[in-house]
Design a binder for this molecule. Structure first.
Ligand SMILES: Nc1ncnc2c1ncn2[C@@H]1O[C@H](COP(=O)(O)OP(=O)(O)OP(=O)(O)O)[C@@H](O)[C@H]1O
Length: 740
């Protein structure tokens, strides 16, 4: 039998097994579905409602609980079956994509290991017909060329010989291609995948994961895994695969609710949201740092967006003062400051009750410094909060017979009196009463006073009597005035959490940070404190640092390792997104050669189109973008939002403006400032208005580089005249010059 016939026959057998399993499950799932519906319908029939006696109430409650439990059990069962069916459906289309033949040391038999999106066992559930790509044995597929190979399970290292590695293309249950490969999985397949048009959603790379990417995906040791990867090297792709890997490996301990991804903007969130479902997994929680902070902001406060900061910086406002807030040693300085607060300098708000001071700031400070100095700040605050809440009871008692209460009673609704009288009557059944009127009056008074104390209690319990704003102002020597700049967010809330105690976030066990080059050591310190049980995966590219502080070398990616953290670093050099010609051109914009190897894929030279005037440049842009057709995307990238706005206004009929709140692609032509296109890719990119005045600083060049590396197949610059300075370092062979 030929190899092809052999594989075809095997495929048929596997497909048949899937069919049999599906049939069995459909029967099971169908029944359960009916059962669930039936149970819902008869839910109330089986519950005897009897509220006459306390015992009956308890019984009824128990009966409801029992029914509800049964129902949710059935639903869970049903959910699991539905998920299984969906997996089989996917497998029917393409049950596996790879195979390796392996002889374990000390064994004679050669095993055939087929690798797919999920595992499949044979009819008797004895052997694996297909192994999940995340199973330990499957790692060899990504890590080795034929020859010696090994893999690790929980308790052993298995060594042996890989005799062959084969790749399959199976679509709709048909084997349309197969080829044997070396280490790099399917250069041909990669070429094919990478030359396709862009899509609205990122795709999984499971069939062509490369060895270095596999190391990121499967790393389980590091507490903090830091990935520096060139533009387009697959950092985001690897991160999403890693999530799927962890969900599989820790499936009995964690689920997607224990994982959080911090990404640069809502559009990016949407862009990556298809990867996990494609792999048969649920999406993890996703947010942006900005959104996360804005949800913690006290009422009435405002927060600058990271892009607001970039725009401020692009308008070249003085940032020196802010840079001290992003300096590498900031966490250390802030910790020192916080430590000193144990002895001196804590600031409080006076606690007001009905426009009068109930506890003065001085009293609170005095109480705070009464504590033994060994007690931590947040513990002291917690104890004070308890004391204050207890004190509220005294306050309530004292207020009961104040005149304002008597006055307020007149305004109370009749229902309140009715309720009070019912309560008093209930009590009368139990005890002899003397004067129900007095009791009613007392109940209503209590109610009135309690309404005024409730919000106070809530504030105290949230430790709002600590004046963090003042503390922060004392630290920075700057007036905050209820407005946090972008660079204030992390130090402010770190300080906040250190003195007031941090919110409960223990459920987050894995934190992923994409575009991590924009994070400073202060951000990480804040996040580590907030998510103490989480392992961190940081992915970024120092060459794409577009915030001043991170471009100045303060990015977390380049920071020295801290002994307390178990840090592992991985570098990805091979870049996949853009053609070699685009990458070779783009890298010339950087002051020194980046650690980047372009993927050898055919494509045209980048084009620089030079126009005589701004008007001519705009006209050409209109013509090109209005004629854009097809599945792919064209992006017109500017330096600032203001410029992008003007262009988008003029061609709103066929182009979509990307802003920091945009959360989905609606058109094929997109207009955006480069910094908002981070993490995303387009078939073709036009860098619009590149001139010596606009692009001057090191930072500007990083921005330009980031924009250029968004292009998959074609890059153009639109310029007026010739940007002598920008082009100075770029060899003329690397681009094509066109006048007009
Ligand atoms: N192993 C792979 N197989 C197939 N495609 C890949 C692989 N690795 C990366 N790619 C493709 O390369 C492109 C870039 O990947 P991705 O966006 O993950 O890179 P990145 O490092 O996060 O990029 P950037 O930092 O520039 O935003 C995507 O289209 C992705 O599908």
């Amino acid at each position: 039998m030929s190899e092809k016939a052999y594989e075809q026959q095997r495929l048929q057998e596997v497909l048949q097994t899937i069919d049999e399993k599906v049939a069995a499950r459909i029967e099971g799932a169908g029944m359960t579905k009916e059962e669930v519906i039936e149970l819902r319908r008869t839910f109330w029939d089986d519950v005897t409602i009897n509220l006459d006696e306390p015992d009956d109430v308890i019984e009824t409650e128990a009966s409801i609980r029992q029914q509800a439990e049964l129902l949710s059990q059935q639903e869970r069962f049903h959910q699991v079956l539905t998920k299984q069916l969906a997996t089989y459906e996917r497998m029917k289309d393409s049950p596996y994509f790879g195979k390796l033949n392996f002889v374990e040391d000390g064994e004679r038999a050669e095993e055939e290991i087929y690798i797919g999106l999920s595992s499949l066992q044979d009819r008797d559930d004895d052997d694996f017909l297909v192994y999940d790509w995340r199973a330990p044995i499957s790692s060899m597929y990504y890590d080795y060329a034929p020859g010696e190979a090994r893999y690790e399970t929980d308790d052993e290292v298995v060594t042996g010989q890989m005799k062959r590695k084969r790749q399959f293309i199976i679509r709709q249950g048909e084997l349309s291609g197969m080829f044997d490969t070396g280490l790099t999985i399917g250069d041909q397949l990669l070429q094919h995948l990478l030359s396709q048009a862009s899509s609205n959603e990122m795709k999984s790379i499971v069939t062509t994961i490369q060895k270095e990417q596999n190391a990121i995906i499967r790393n389980e040791r590091a507490r903090m895994l830091i990935v520096q990867g060139a533009a387009g090297s697959g950092k985001t792709s690897a991160a999403m695969q890693r999530v799927a890997y962890l969900l599989y490996t820790y499936r009995n301990t964690f689920d997607s609710g224990n994982m959080l991804l911090l990404s640069p903007n809502p559009l990016f969130n949407q862009y990556v949201s298809g990867v996990l479902p494609e792999l048969g997994e649920e999406n993890l929680k996703q947010t942006t740092f900005q959104h996360h902070i804005s949800r913690r902001l006290p009422e009435g406060w405002t927060l600058e967006s990271p892009y607001g900061q970039i725009e401020r910086q692009l308008a070249s406002e003085q940032l020196e003062e802010d840079l001290s807030l992003t300096a590498q040693d900031l966490p250390v300085r802030l910790d020192r400051y916080i430590d000193r607060l144990k002895d001196d300098g804590m600031t409080f708000y006076s606690i007001m009750y009905r426009n009068q001071v109930w506890k003065s700031a001085e009293d609170l400070a005095r109480r705070f410094y009464d504590f033994d100095e060994t007690i931590s700040i947040d513990n002291r605050i917690e104890i004070m909060s308890g004391e204050l809440v207890a004190g509220l009871q005294q306050l309530e008692k004292k207020q009961l017979h104040e005149d304002w209460v008597t006055d307020a009673m007149e305004d109370q609704p009749r229902e309140l009196y009715a309720l009070a009288s019912r309560k008093v009557m209930q009590k009368q059944d139990e005890k002899e009463t003397y004067n129900s009127h007095v009791q009613e009056d007392r109940l209503v008074r209590k109610y009135v006073v309690r309404q005024t104390i409730k919000p106070l209690k809530a504030q105290i319990e949230k430790h709002e009597f600590v004046d963090v704003e003042q503390l922060y102002e004392n630290f920075t020597n700057r007036i905050v005035n209820q407005h946090l700049r972008f660079e204030d967010a992390a130090p402010f809330f770190y300080l906040n959490d250190q003195v007031k105690g941090r919110p409960d976030t223990a459920d987050i066990r894995f934190l992923f940070i994409d575009e991590a080059q924009d994070y400073t050591s202060m951000h990480i310190r804040y996040l580590e404190n907030l998510f103490p049980r989480a392992r961190f995966t940081l992915l970024g590219d120092v060459e794409q640092a577009v915030h001043q502080h991170t471009a100045e070398g303060q990015s977390i990616l380049t920071l020295a390792d801290d002994e307390d953290r178990h840090v592992e670093r991985i570098t990805l050099k091979q870049s996949y997104r853009s053609t070699a010609r685009i990458m070779n051109f783009a890298k010339e914009l950087l002051p020194k050669d980046p650690e980047m190897i372009p993927f050898q894929r055919e494509g045209d030279l980048p084009v620089i189109r030079s126009f005589a005037s701004n008007e001519a440049m705009q006209q050409a842009m209109f013509e090109k973008s209005s004629a854009w057709q097809g599945d792919g995307k064209l992006a017109i990238l500017t330096k600032t939002m203001a410029e992008a706005n003007i262009l988008a206004h003029a061609c709103h009929e066929y182009a979509q403006l990307i802003t920091e709140t945009t959360d989905r692609f609606k058109k094929q032509v997109l207009i955006a400032p480069s910094y908002l296109a981070k993490g995303i890719e387009f078939d073709e990119v036009i860098m619009y208005g590149v001139d010596d005045e606009t692009y001057q600083t090191k930072n500007d060049y990083h921005l330009l580089y980031t924009g250029c590396t968004r292009a998959m197949h074609q890059l153009e610059w639109f310029v007026v005249g010739k940007p002598q300075q920008v082009l100075q370092s770029i060899d003329a062979d690397l681009y094509k010059w066109i006048d007009g």
